[in-house]
Design a protein around this ligand. Structure first.
Ligand code: SF4
Length: 333
């Protein structure tokens, strides 16, 4: 029996190379060893979204990127969180065994309170319970996480443990699969690559767009003239070379330090490297995008398969909690 992996990601539209190197590559690789359930967590997104207008497009573009990158819907379940509403029901049931104090001490909750003081909504506090419900509903046994997400998973494990101790062992305690996600710094050379900072390179961008974006990248700030020796160790373009032109990093480092290469040429090499490594992805993406209804069909099929698991889990949960089932009403005196 293969173990089941669960992972969820917020719908963020077209993915960037930070998403690709950090999560998507890992999602693809995990399929060889585990039964994977990959969920687009649109309800989680509502806790911080200011507008829902782009949800539909963001889901489509993100799932298209996932599929083109190698997530295989024959092997893995790919679906949208809200399409299996049983998760909201389990969230409510789990919230009854979760002390509020556990939720109020979560560091990300405290951060969010500072970031959006005018929108400290109820969903934000319950976020870890919904995350636990996501994993538990599909009896996820393994959750790929980075070191920084370990406390969240530990809280999910605590909630599951508490439920199991009160009502009997229904859920496996999810184990962390620690993954070293490389920190990909954005084109500004300062912040993590992300959608909100406009410092990203989208993996679905055309070769021309990618070249244009790479040319805007901040390099070694101390290198003001072409004749100045550079410092590759502090240059983000150099870090990106490590991912996309690994065979040339030593040569580039040495040429940079001795000012034998200028930043423009160095960026051209990087853009070529990114473009050639993304070429097969881009071709697969164009092919999938040309099939009308393909992404929708993947999501319908994924939701059906996810729902079958969810129904079974929820039935078991209610039975253990001794909730009076509608199906038992006939025997009610
Ligand atoms: S030559 Fe390349 S590695 Fe050196 S500072 Fe310029 S962009 Fe960075």
């Amino acid at each position: 029996m293969r173990k089941r992996v669960f992972s969820g990601a917020r719908p963020t539209g077209r993915q960037h190379i930070g998403n690709y190197l950090g999560a998507i590559r890992n999602y693809v690789a995990l399929q060889d060893e585990y039964d994977c359930v990959y969920c687009v967590v649109d309800i989680h997104a509502l806790t911080t979204l200011e507008s829902t207008a782009c949800l539909r497009d963001d889901i489509y573009e993100m799932v298209l990127d996932w599929l083109a990158a190698g997530i295989d819907p024959q092997r893995s379940i790919v679906f949208v969180q809200s399409h299996v509403p049983q998760v909201m029901e389990l969230h409510t049931l789990l919230s009854m065994v979760t002390p509020l104090s556990w939720l109020l001490r979560v560091p990300t909750f405290k951060e969010k309170v500072k970031m959006q003081p005018d929108n400290v909504n109820y969903g934000l506090v319950g976020y870890p319970v919904l995350m636990t419900a996501d994993i538990a509903l599909y009896k996820g046994e393994v959750v790929p996480v980075g070191e920084d997400q370990l406390p969240h998973l530990e809280l999910a494990r605590e909630i599951v443990r508490r439920f199991n101790s009160l009502f009997g062992a229904v859920f496996p305690e999810p184990q962390a699969k620690l993954t070293s996600f490389p920190l990909v710094v954005g084109l500004d050379g300062v912040q993590k690559m992300g959608k909100s900072h406009d410092n990203r390179i989208e993996i679905a961008a055309s070769p021309q767009e990618i070249s244009k974006r790479v040319m805007t990248a901040v390099t070694d700030p101390a290198r003001r003239y072409r004749s100045d020796p550079g410092h590759p160790d502090i240059c983000n373009v150099f870090r990106l070379h490590g991912f996309f032109t690994p065979a040339r990093v030593e040569e580039i480092a040495s040429e940079c330090r001795s000012a034998r290469i200028g930043c423009v040429d160095c960026k051209k090499i990087l853009a070529e490297g990114i473009n050639s490594s993304l070429k097969p992805f881009r071709e697969r993406r164009a092919n999938l995008a040309s099939k009308p209804g393909y992404v929708a069909q993947v999501l319908v099929d994924g939701a059906n398969r996810a729902e079958a698991i969810a129904d079974g889990t929820l039935r078991e949960v209610k039975k253990r909690m001794k909730l009076l089932q509608r199906s038992d009403l006939e025997q009610l005196k």
